[in-house]
Design a protein around this ligand. Structure first.
Ligand code: GLU
Length: 554
């Protein structure tokens, strides 16, 4: 028997299937050339990073727009770094953003004929490919110990040569299969390395869908493809999984671009067609010191998508923000297509920024305000309620007291051409509306009210009493305001500011001061949404009770 076969059988005695069997098990997808198959391939090592959400958004939109398939694969081969349950959490979080896959890993289950979609369950598949590579002399066992590899690094440093396991430094590359068989039989532990035939002097161009032509230096490193625990490394799993799962576009972070020569070489070695590669810009930020750097898991709260979900940023607003990062012409399109979904945007890989995407919290806030202001009162009320159930029990309680009342509050200055843009996130709502609820209002009354110090208490009282007597809530907003002006005049305040400015001495203040007095009395605040609508919602009985309480305290 051929010695390579013997070595392959010795390492994988139970593997009987071949590459042909795998090709049959995972047939080529029945799609046409224009359809894209994309995948998000997270490692279950923690929370969903904002950068990963960005990648997933591109995966999703690239597949959807071509009528293709977006699937998720869990890359859990680094078992030391794995955090229990985080795979499932990632899926849950993506669901919150509406980025649901068509196929693959779903947390509790898997769907699709190209599975398993969890790498730790795919050992049997990797083994078939590894066995074949050993048979073809494209991979070999390497028995180097950690100490030997450290020693090698030192030698290379001293000799000022490139670090790594290649050429003359790749000790076991040059071992015969007989020698390898002997060491395995002696029980020496080993990993499996790729047997590179590359030469670093060979340069060529490859194509990246985003970056265009990229320079490639042929890989000559004998990278590890199977670790001593029998699980594959990223490079090898990428090769096998993206081939047998029929990925057409590998969309991933730019940090993988330096590995592209290895990946292209692996595909070529197996005689498989490589997927299209799309390396996305890394999300950066300008930090407190003005330095441009990567969004960091450790330092930046905005690196975790959970931060935005918990604070109550509308998920559609956050995605909309990310779309502005995806394609620079998105905003222009949005201006012209206000009512379409972001997924209708004609996305293009070649319109992506090349030099790192800068995360802009101010813009997130601006867009989220826009998005919240465009929701009708039913929608914002429901969404706020859903958010409150998870993140703010107190607000949940308030909404549950009377949903319609809450909705009428949310309706203030909404559903019109220029709606009020006061909320950036659901988390802003409670503070701004709690005065509508009597128990909160009464508690707030215990604090000093922010009266204008230039207006005498007696005059404030007079305004409040006159208001109770003469206010008329049956009038529409315009006539109500005209009436408020009359109330102002009758109390010695100017009915308009211009008049007041001409002759300040003649007045106690102006209409704005009167409105402020009413506002403070019924809300305890100087700044609130439209006063007329607040009065409407509180009703005559409600606001009269409040004003009387304030008068008694003055
Ligand atoms: N598991 C890899 C990562 O989390 C996936 C990269 C890829 O999409 O290929 O970085």
């Amino acid at each position: 028997m051929d010695k390579y076969n013997e070595l392959a059988d010795l390492i994988f005695p139970n593997v009987i299937e071949t590459l042909e069997d795998l090709e049959k098990r995972y047939p080529v997808r029945n799609i046409d050339k224009s359809q894209r198959v994309t995948r998000f391939a997270p490692s279950p090592t923690g929370f969903l990073h904002t950068g990963s959400l960005f990648v997933t958004l591109v995966d999703y939109i690239a597949a959807k727009q071509s009528n293709g398939v977006f699937y998720i694969r869990l890359e859990d081969t680094d078992q030391k770094r794995e955090i229990e349950g985080s795979g499932k959490d990632l899926i849950e979080q993506l669901k919150v953003f509406g980025l649901v896959n068509d196929e693959g890993y779903f947390g509790d289950e898997e769907k699709g004929i190209y599975g398993p979609y969890v790498q730790s369950k795919r050992k049997e598949i990797y083994d078939i490919v590894l066995k074949e590579m050993i048979r073809r002399n494209k991979a070999y066992p390497c028995f180097c110990t950690e100490e030997e590899l450290t020693e090698l690094r030192k030698v290379q440093e001293v000799n000022k040569v490139r670090p790594g396991y290649y050429g003359i430094y790749a000790k076991y590359h040059h071992f015969s299969p007989e020698e390898a068989i002997k060491l395995i039989k002696e029980g020496k532990p080993y990993v499996i390395r790729f047997k590179s035939e590359g030469n670093e002097k060979n340069k060529y161009k490859a194509y990246d869908e985003i970056k265009g032509q990229v320079d490639i230096t042929e890989n000559d490193q004998d990278i590890v493809i199977c670790k001593s625990d029998g699980l594959p490394t990223y490079h090898f799993a990428h090769l096998v999984d993206d081939h047998f799962m029929g990925t057409t576009h590998v969309i991933r972070g730019e940090e993988w671009l330096p590995s592209l020569p290895i990946h292209l070489q692996l595909f070529q070695t197996l005689g498989w067609e490589a997927p299209a590669y799309c390396h996305l810009p890394v999300i950066m930020k300008i930090d407190e010191n003005g330095t441009r750097r990567k969004l960091s898991k450790r330092k930046d709260k905005e690196a975790a998508t959970s931060f935005f979900i918990e604070a109550g940023y509308p998920t559609e607003g956050f995605l909309e923000y990310l779309m502005t990062v995806v394609n620079s012409n998105f905003e222009e399109w949005r201006e012209e297509n206000k009512n379409l979904s972001i997924f209708d945007f004609p996305f293009r890989f070649d319109k992506m920024s090349l030099d790192g995407a800068l995360f802009d919290m101010g813009k997130v806030s601006f867009i989220c305000k826009e998005v919240l202001s465009r929701m009708n009162s039913q929608e914002i009320s429901e969404k706020t309620y859903e958010w409150s159930k998870k993140f703010d029990k107190e607000l949940q309680g308030l909404i549950e007291r009377d949903f319609e009342y809450f909705k009428s509050i949310m309706n203030i200055e909404r559903e019109k051409e220029n709606p009020r843009k006061d909320y950036e996130k659901y988390g802003d709502i409670k503070e701004s509306i709690k005065f509508f609820y009597d128990d909160y209002y009464n508690e707030m009354l215990n604090n000093e009210l922010p009266w204008n110090p230039n207006i005498a208490k007696e005059d404030i009282k007079n305004v409040l009493n006159t208001f109770i007597a003469k206010n008329n809530m049956d009038l529409d907003e315009e006539n109500w305001f005209a009436n408020l002006k009359e109330i102002a005049s009758s109390c010695g305040f100017a009915a308009n500011v211009k008049e007041y400015k001409k002759n300040k001495e003649a007045f106690k203040g102006h209409i704005g001061d009167v409105a402020e007095i009413i506002r403070i009395a019924i809300t305890t605040r100087k700044q609130t949404p439209n006063l007329y609508f607040i009065l409407k919602i509180l009703g005559v009985k409600g606001y009269t009770e409040r004003i009387n309480k304030v008068i008694n305290k003055l």
